[in-house]
Design a binder for this molecule. Structure first.
Ligand SMILES: Nc1ncnc2c1ncn2[C@@H]1O[C@H](COP(=O)(O)OP(=O)(O)OP(=O)(O)O)[C@@H](O)[C@H]1O
Ligand SMILES: [Mg+2]
Length: 736
């Protein structure tokens, strides 16, 4: 009910109309007082001075009012009782005056009667005057009680008679006789006693009145103390019950501002203080709110500035770190992976890749790719960079391009395809090294709006570094290849030199030995043959011995022929020869024995092979040696095949290779197989001169003889002879 009334009341704006509104609600609402106080406390159009004044009045007014009424009441009472006391005292004093005058008269009359002197007579006259005056005063006093009045009235007659008797006693004429005077004095004494008794009773009444008045005054004093005490307690309680809501009302806005200040100090800059209704407190609240607003604005600005500065610092640090990563290694694959992982912390992407233009021309190839594979994109794949593609645009404009929504952009031809793959945002950045656009770095993301121009601040310098790193790696790789090539050539030349040196030394020795041994050997062989032809030697055993001598000397002659061949390092007459024909001749020569051993021979000859300028007999000898070695190797393990191939090598030379499926050449003997007299064959079967003679012949032709083993499945050996083509050989000769 109360709240309904209150709702009603407070919902009737504006506050200045509350007194008006209240009157219309008071009749319906029984909680008038509560509403009055509540409404008063909720009228917020109060200045601090008005609030303090009102609070002071609200607490002081009841106390002052109550104390004032009590003071008035008890003051009046006190005054009445004090006055009564005072009047009673006056009455008492006047009564005692009468008594004193009567007593004095009595005593002076007795003295006069006794002395009869003039002075005593005058004293009697004086007392008579005093008595008359005192009684007149007593009689004219406005006495209150009937009892007192009755006593005073009762005294009038005896006092008159006492006066009369006194006058008679002291009357000069006729001078009374002594006994008369004594009688009159006695009558006067009796009358005095009566008057004295009445006066005593009257005085008792006065004294009682005085005591009553005193008691009442004292009662009033006690009541005043009690009332003041009660007033103090009631006022205290009243002050408390009024003071607490008043204090709240008074301090509420200040507390609201203090609370707001605390919240703001704690960092809640969005806090605002709601104090309406004008006055200094509303002004203070508005000032507080303005201050908080400014603080909040400047805090937001500061935060934005700080965030921007921090982001800039982070990006600079990232650029430095990424630059370090980029320049740390020439292994661009490893660099790229670290770079991609590091970059993702600042610029997210679903996939990131680099396409590089081939050195040969305009084609672009996918060089690196990291991230979620959205579609199968193999490295090395040719990247579309035709007319209208984003890549082509970026490369030709040498400017990065950033697309935040491919679905709506449709600017470049590949946008549709990327959208189908699920890509929404993309950045394409040209990679420029040494002034040349060498490729494009791209970042793709499945989320739209992922990239902005802002990201280019970071990407552009990184792209520059990456391009330099790629170019450096490319140059480094080229350099390494060249170094490798040169080293290989150097090693080969060195090996050739060593081999040539060895061959030359052995050749000289061999030529000497062959020459020295040939003569005696021929004589021995001649004699042996002669004896065999002599019919006189019929003994079979002797003939066998002679045949053995002849066979061994024939073999020795063959060795000597080999040695002579070996020592003869120069080539014979050279002529342009078709290497395929030499192959055909050699195979025709060996065909039968290879067939007998079930060795399959395959040929893969290039029919368009340019001619070579060689001594065909020597080259055929080389080929025969190589095929024979292959045959022997295959024979050692069973059956197999020999493949002969001729082709034009990448360097323009003509290559002839003999590959077999034999056991291969163990790695440990590979360095020695071209050495003269190195053989693994049993004594009598091989001289170990075959390959060294081949090597010497090929070397003398300006070519090279190399070996690979194993060839396949851990088996086989391939000997390749590379000879300069006829044209190359002519050029070399011209230069020489
Ligand atoms: N195709 C091959 N397969 C396996 N080993 C081979 C092959 N060709 C050569 N060799 C090895 O190289 C060694 C040297 O060969 P080289 O032709 O110089 O001498 P040889 O064949 O042993 O004797 P010769 O040639 O005088 O009959 C051989 O003994 C053999 O061990
Ligand atoms: Mg051999």
């Amino acid at each position: 009910m109360f709240h309904d009334c209150l709702e009603d009341l407070l919902s009737s704006p504006p506050p200045v109309l509350i007194s008006y509104s209240m009157s219309s609600h008071l009749e319906q609402c029984p909680h008038t007082m509560e509403i009055g106080l509540y409404a008063m406390l909720h009228i917020k159009k109060w200045s601090i001075r008005a609030r303090v004044l009102l609070a002071f009045l609200a607490i002081l007014a009841p106390f002052v009012g109550f104390a004032g009424i009590a003071a008035l009441h008890f003051g009046t009472l006190m005054h009445t009782h004090l006055r009564t006391q005072e009047e009673a005292s006056v009455d008492l004093m006047r009564t005692s005056d009468v008594m004193a005058a009567a007593d004095g008269l009595m005593l002076s009359v007795e003295a006069y009667v006794a002395s009869d002197d003039q002075q005593a007579q005058q004293q009697v006259s004086g007392y008579l005057t005093r008595l008359r005056e005192a009684f007149r005063m007593l009689h004219t006093t406005p006495l209150k009680g009937d009892e007192e009045r009755a006593f005073v009235d009762a005294l009038r007659e005896p006092v008159s008679r006492l006066e009369a008797l006194g006058r008679e006693v002291v009357a000069p004429t006729p001078f009374p006789a002594n006994h008369e005077r004594a009688d009159k004095a006695a009558a006067l004494a009796r009358l005095h006693n009566r008057i004295d008794a009445t006066l005593h009773r009257l005085m008792t009444v006065h004294v009682r009145e005085i005591d009553d008045a005193k008691r009442r005054v004292s009662d009033v004093g006690r009541q005043v103390i009690v009332v003041m005490f009660v007033t103090l307690i009631v006022s205290g309680l009243g002050a408390l019950s009024i003071g607490v809501p008043l204090a709240d009302w008074l301090s509420g806005p200040i507390r609201a501002i203090a609370h707001g200040s605390r919240r703001v100090a704690e960092g809640d800059l969005s806090h605002r203080v709601e104090i309406g209704g004008g006055g200094e407190l509303e002004e203070a609240a508005q000032a507080f709110n303005t201050m908080a607003e400014r603080l909040e604005r400047s805090a937001v600005e500061n935060a934005a500035l700080y965030g921007a500065a921090r982001e800039r610092a982070d990006r600079i640090a990232a650029v430095n770190r990424l630059t370090k990563i980029i320049s740390a290694s020439l292994d661009i694959g490893a660099v790229y992976e670290t770079f991609a992982a590091e970059l993702k912390r600042f610029i997210p992407y679903t996939r990131m890749g680099i396409v590089l233009s081939e050195e040969s021309g305009a084609r672009l190839k996918l060089f690196q790719l990291v991230g979620t594979p959205l579609a199968e994109v193999p490295l090395g794949m040719i990247w579309p960079n035709g007319q209208g593609t984003g890549v082509a645009w970026v490369m030709s404009h040498r400017r990065p391009h950033c697309e935040s929504d491919l679905a709506t952009a449709g600017r470049f031809v590949e946008d549709g395809m990327l959208t189908k793959e699920g890509i929404r945002s993309t950045v394409r950045l040209p990679l420029i090294a040494g002034g040349q656009v060498i490729g494009v770095l791209f970042l793709d993301d499945v989320a739209s709006g992922r990239y902005t121009e802002h990201d280019l601040d970071l990407l552009v310098p990184l792209g520059e570094q990456l391009a330099i790193a790629i170019e450096n790696a490319r140059l480094h790789r080229e350099m390494e290849q060249k170094v490798e090539e040169r080293t290989r050539t150097l090693k080969q030349t060195q090996a050739q030199l060593i081999q040539s040196g060895k061959l030359a030394a052995v050749g000289t020795l061999a030529a000497g030995v062959a020459h020295e041994l040939n003569q005696p050997l021929m004589i021995i062989r001649g004699y042996a043959q002669e004896l065999l032809g002599d019919g006189r030697i019929a003994d079979a055993e002797t003939r066998d011995d002679l045949r053995r001598i002849e066979a061994q000397t024939t073999r020795m002659a063959a060795i000597i022929t080999h040695l002579r061949d070996f020592s003869r390092q120069s080539t014979g007459r050279r002529e342009a020869t078709d290497l395929n024909r030499i192959v055909a001749d050699a195979l025709a020569f060996l065909h039968q024995q290879l067939k007998t051993r079930n060795i399959v021979v395959t040929q893969d000859v290039d029919p368009a092979l340019p001619p070579v300028s060689v001594d065909s007999l020597q080259i055929e000898q080389v080929l025969l040696n190589l095929i024979t070695n292959a045959r022997d190797a295959i024979e050692a393990t069973g059956t197999g095949a020999i493949a002969i191939r001729t082709q034009r090598a990448s360097d323009g030379r003509i290559a002839l290779s003999v590959t077999d499926t034999g056991p291969g050449i163990p790695a440990e003997i590979q360095p020695r197989i071209f050495d003269p007299f190195f053989t693994t064959k049993e004594v009598g079967k091989g001289t170990g001169l075959g390959l060294s003679i081949c090597y010497g012949i090929v070397d003398a032709h300006g070519g090279e003889l190399t070996m690979e083993s194993p060839v396949a499945d851990g088996r086989g050996a391939r000997f390749t002879m590379r000879l300069p083509s006829a044209g190359q050989a002519d050029r070399v000769e011209d230069q020489v």
